[in-house]
Structures are given as C-alpha cells and as structure tokens.
Design a protein around this ligand. Structure first.
Ligand code: ADP
Ligand code: MG
Length: 224
C-alpha cells in the first residue's frame, strides 16, 4: 500500500503582490520499505514538500493521503493525531530537548501519548542505533552524529509508518553523514518504513532506492 500519496498537490505563498509557487502541481507516492531521496538547491521547495507530507502545513490545492487515508483535508486536531501516530520527523539540528537526558528524549513521546513508558523498546532502539551507552548523557555532552542517531531512535520509537528527514546530515562531517544515512537505510528496510530524506548532498543518495530532484517547485524522478 502507498504510505504517502500526493494527488495534484500545489503550495503557493503570497509575498506582498507576488505569488510564490513553492510547489507546482505534484503527483507522487512512496511505498513502505522504500528509501527516497529528494535533492535540489536551496529554495527549490524541498522543505515545503516535506512539511506538506508531514501535515505541518496544508496544500493550496490537491490531496495528500497517508496509508490510503485522506489527511490534508482533515481538521488540525485530526491531522495532528494522524501525524503523531504515523509520522516520525528527523530535522537538521536533531531537535533534542536540551535539558533531558538521552533516555528521557524517548520517554517524552510517552508523556505526549499519555502511555506508560515502554523502556524495553526504547532501550532496544538506542542499542540498535549504537547510542545505548549514552543514555544518561545530555544532548550537549554527545557529538553531532550521536545526536542524529538519538533523533532517529526517537523518530522510530512511536513506530510510525513514515519517516521524514529534512537535511538530517547537514551538520555532520562526511564519515558521520554516511553513517547516519546507512542507519536510516537499514531501519527503513528492517522496520518497513517509508522514508523520505531531503538532502543537498548527492553523495548520500547511493543508499536510496529512488531519487527525485526538486527544481523551482517541480519534482522530477531521476534514475538512480
Ligand atoms: P528548500 O527547502 O528547498 O530550501 P523551501 O521549501 O524552504 O525550499 O522554500 C521554497 C520557496 O518557497 C522559497 O522561495 C521560499 O522562500 C518560499 N517559502 C517557503 N515557505 C514560505 C512561507 N511560509 N512564506 C512565504 N514563502 C515561503
Ligand atoms: Mg529546506
């Protein structure tokens, strides 16, 4: 089944008298278990695409579906419930909470969900991502690469069907960037996620199943 589907989706912004077409009419879909890269220059519409996919903003036209369920047309409350259940975000700056230890970054998800912490699942994820030994540390006590691995663990913790990563390696050196992308590729396959990664680093796409190029709001498939 299609994890995410864009049907005739457009996004425009009004900038004074000017209309900005951040995303021109787009049809796109991804399946679970596939790792998709979106590359393209700064300002081409990559983040707009990803935030639409994640329901952080709504399209100006068209429909976005998650697991066959219409998503973009729902009320904010419903959208945030679907987003919480089905989508894991990984951002450039990893967005860890500075005053929480690494193990508590995951437990925060339980607090929001009002569920009892599943320590075993959390520990297992930290283990798989090679950061279990850092459990008691705080974000500023670990390296950028380690922070991104914790961010991946947190995104996976809720067992979402879709993982959206916006420039997840932008703050990392080459070795660390490759390491993080390899982990994302592995988790996508092992846990059967639909992962979409935005990047402007073309070297990273060798780990992806499909590559799209964004240019001036137009998304085109590129043979990998
Ligand atoms: P990228 O992530 O590829 O750098 P973005 O999706 O952030 O590109 O931006 C695409 C275009 O849309 C840019 O011209 C940007 O200025 C514009 N844009 C993005 N978000 C907004 C907004 N909230 N209001 C106005 N213009 C925006
Ligand atoms: Mg961006």
């Amino acid at each position: 089944m299609k994890a995410i589907e864009f049907i005739d989706v457009e996004k425009n912004f009004q900038d004074g008298d000017e209309q900005i077409s951040a995303l021109k009419k787009t049809n796109f879909s991804v399946e679970k278990g596939s790792f998709t890269a979106i590359i393209g220059p700064s300002g081409s519409g990559k983040s707009t695409f990803l935030t639409l996919a994640g329901g952080l903003q709504t399209p100006s036209a068209g429909t976005i579906k998650i697991n066959g369920q219409s998503f973009s047309s729902e009320k904010e409350k419903t959208r945030s419930a679907i987003r919480f259940k089905e989508i894991g975000f990984i951002l450039q700056a990893s967005n860890l909470v500075p005053f929480l230890s690494i193990e508590k970054q995951l437990k925060l998800v339980d607090k929001v969900k009002k569920e009892k912490a599943n320590s075993e699942a959390g520990n297992q994820l930290l283990e798989q991502l090679g950061v279990a030994a850092l459990k008691k540390k705080y974000p500023d006590e670990i390296s950028g690469g380690e922070r991104q691995r914790v961010a991946i663990a947190r995104a996976l913790y809720n067992d979402p069907s879709v993982i959206l990563a916006d420039e997840p390696t932008a703050s990392l050196d080459t070795d660390k960037a490759f390491e993080v992308v390899k982990i994302l590729a592995r988790e996508t396959k092992e846990k059967n996620k639909a992962t979409i990664m935005v990047t402007h680093d073309e070297r990273l796409i060798e780990y992806c199943d499909q590559v799209y190029v964004m240019k001036d709001g137009v998304l085109e498939s590129r043979n990998n």
